[in-house]
Design a binder for this molecule. Structure first.
Ligand SMILES: Cc1cc2nc3c(=O)[nH]c(=O)nc-3n(C[C@H](O)[C@H](O)[C@H](O)COP(=O)(O)O)c2cc1C
Length: 372
């Protein structure tokens, strides 16, 4: 299956299926000299795990990450970093019914038409479990970005019709402290309402959609390329590669189309010799290049396709069927996808950071003058 590799200099290839023996990734292009251990990656894996949350599937995976290569005595060596985790809690028999039938809203029909064969157990490569490998890679990219003072925090901004109030003044650390609840909303009142809505949807054998916001701080100006590899295009591609993502907005996004230029432009002035933007409607990116402001983006998810209600569908042989989906499914995807959003943003920014070192003669000279 092609299309399992992303990135230009900081590249990641993921492998593995939901119900195979394990999953993993190979990162190639991570600079040598980065301190890295399993302890840096494991907290990311733990955040992605369902872990008994009422907002997640009942599947219980240890998701213990192993570094197989590319790190010597706790430091990256500049060689490929292979990461892997085992699948230990598969219930493949739960998926017997979908071996023949296609789940409405899922990828089964398209996989069958494309490949003529599919690993139906848990959705194979189209399973949310595939994101575990990206999260592992994203943890490494994030460690690299932290060396340059960047930080990334994604939170749930809406579940169904429950939306949180404005929290744009909060820093990533403040957001992380405020979103310790099963739905990842940095507002406890909204979180309670969202949980009640979710319990109602679960009782009706249904699922919910929602939206996440991602706040990225400390981004230097200059990341992204001016034409095909605009930073917003790269972030959009990275985020649209997450299952169930149906829209991505940068900054004001769709709302900008209803504003006037005088309302949407971010005016700026100098303060202590540095440019300061008075607003951030652009979400930190202009002309496809970061402007030094925080990057702000919204990611919208559809409701989880696998629901237990009887639904009409067809089978492989073209017969009309009724399907009642068994198996353990997330009743809403957003809370579990927050760490996946952070991982995909980290991978995109790490790659853009490395590429940017080659964009100017003076920066190249600075690099080589230090190395001789
Ligand atoms: C973290 C995560 C968890 C997911 N969990 C489930 C799940 O439990 N059940 C399900 O049917 N879909 C789940 N999905 C969504 C499917 O992967 C996705 O809807 C499917 O691949 C079809 O792709 P599309 O929705 O982008 O068209 C999950 C997605 C993510 C990112």
């Amino acid at each position: 299956m092609s299309g399992s590799t992303t990135g230009t200099l900081f590249t990641v290839t993921t492998w593995g299926e939901s119900h195979g023996p394990g999953l993993g990734c190979v990162i190639d292009g991570c600079p040598a000299g980065l301190k890295l251990s399993e302890e840096d990656i494991q907290p990311w894996m733990d955040r992605r795990k369902p872990g008994g949350s009422p907002a997640a599937t009942a599947r219980k995976e240890a998701d213990t990450i192993k570094i197989l290569s590319g790190v010597f005595e706790g430091i990256t060596t500049g060689t490929p970093i292979a990461l892997m985790l085992e699948n230990t809690d598969q219930h493949s028999k739960d998926y017997g019914d979908i071996a023949e039938c296609f789940r409405p809203g899922h990828a089964d029909f398209c996989f069958d038409r494309k490949f003529g064969i599919r690993d139906y157990r848990g959705g194979g490569r189209s399973s949310g479990r595939e994101t575990a490998a990206r999260v592992a890679a994203g943890a490494v990219a994030y460690k690299l970005l932290r060396e340059f003072g960047m930080d990334i925090c994604a939170y749930t901004k809406a579940l169904g019709n429950i939306a949180i109030p404005d929290v744009s003044a909060l820093s990533p650390d403040e957001l992380r402290a405020a979103m310790v609840n099963p739905v990842g909303m940095p507002d406890s009142e909204s979180a309670k309402k969202a949980l009640a809505l979710l319990e109602g949807a679960k009782a009706a054998m249904d699922s919910l959609g929602g939206a996440a916001h991602c706040h990225i701080t400390g981004v230097p100006a200059g990341l992204g390329q001016p034409v095909f590899d605009k930073l917003d295009a790269l972030l959009g591609k990275a985020l649209f590669s997450i299952g169930a993502v149906k829209a991505v907005e940068i900054g004001e996004g769709i709302r900008a189309s209803a504003l006037r230029g005088s309302e949407n432009n971010d005016e700026c002035h100098m303060e202590n010799g540095r440019p300061v933007f008075e607003s951030n409607h652009a979400g930190g990116i202009l002309g496809g290049i970061s402007n030094g402001n925080d990057i702000e983006l919204d990611v919208y998810f559809k409701p989880t396709p696998s629901i237990a209600q009887p639904q009409s569908t067809i089978d492989k042989n073209g017969n009309d069927r009724t399907i009642e989906i068994k198996g353990r499914h997330d009743p809403v995807i957003v809370p579990r996808a927050l760490v996946v959003i952070e991982a995909m943003c980290a991978l995109t920014l790490a790659d853009a950071l490395l590429i940017n070192t080659a964009s100017r003669l003076d920066s190249l000279k600075a690099v080589y003058s230090q190395n001789v």
